[in-house]
Design a protein around this ligand. Structure first.
Ligand code: AMP
Ligand code: ZN
Length: 114
């Protein structure tokens, strides 16, 4: 999608602090971090949200979750605990409509989330 910010990051038209990459996924630091570790994990292929990713039904959702875990291990937050969040739809606070998993860790994370 030519007007999608995260597609532009995949295409390297927009710079990002990439921390992990596979053939089908990319992970980069959130520009406005909400925790010491705050990394966004995306499929390189454009899907608007988690629902669309689930419907793709080709193992891509699996790849994104595995990449999120790999990032947590790499960032050193897997043992202490981390959170994987897909804000899905405007009511849940989604602002970028290219599906992304927020990987958050490195501090105590309250529950329920706001
Ligand atoms: P959401 O509100 O769940 O759609 O999350 C979008 C996230 O993308 C927010 O946490 C933003 O801080 C983050 N974000 C927006 N633009 C960029 C960018 N250019 N590079 C990295 N993260 C970004
Ligand atoms: Zn996109």
């Amino acid at each position: 999608m030519s007007d999608c910010l995260f597609c532009k990051i995949v295409a390297k038209e927009v710079q990002a602090d990439v921390v992990y990459e596979t053939d089908r996924t990319l992970a980069f630091r959130d520009i406005n971090p909400q925790a010491p570790t705050h990394v966004l994990v995306i499929p390189k292929e454009h899907h608007a949200n988690a629902a669309a990713l689930a419907e793709a039904d080709d193992g891509l959702a699996d790849d994104v979750l595995k990449a999120a875990h790999a990032v947590a291990v790499q960032e050193g937050v897997a043992e202490g605990g981390y959170r994987v969040v897909f804000n899905t739809g405007p009511g849940a606070g989604q602002t970028v409509f290219h599906v992304h998993a927020h990987v958050l860790g490195g501090r105590g994370l309250g529950w329920p989330p706001g």
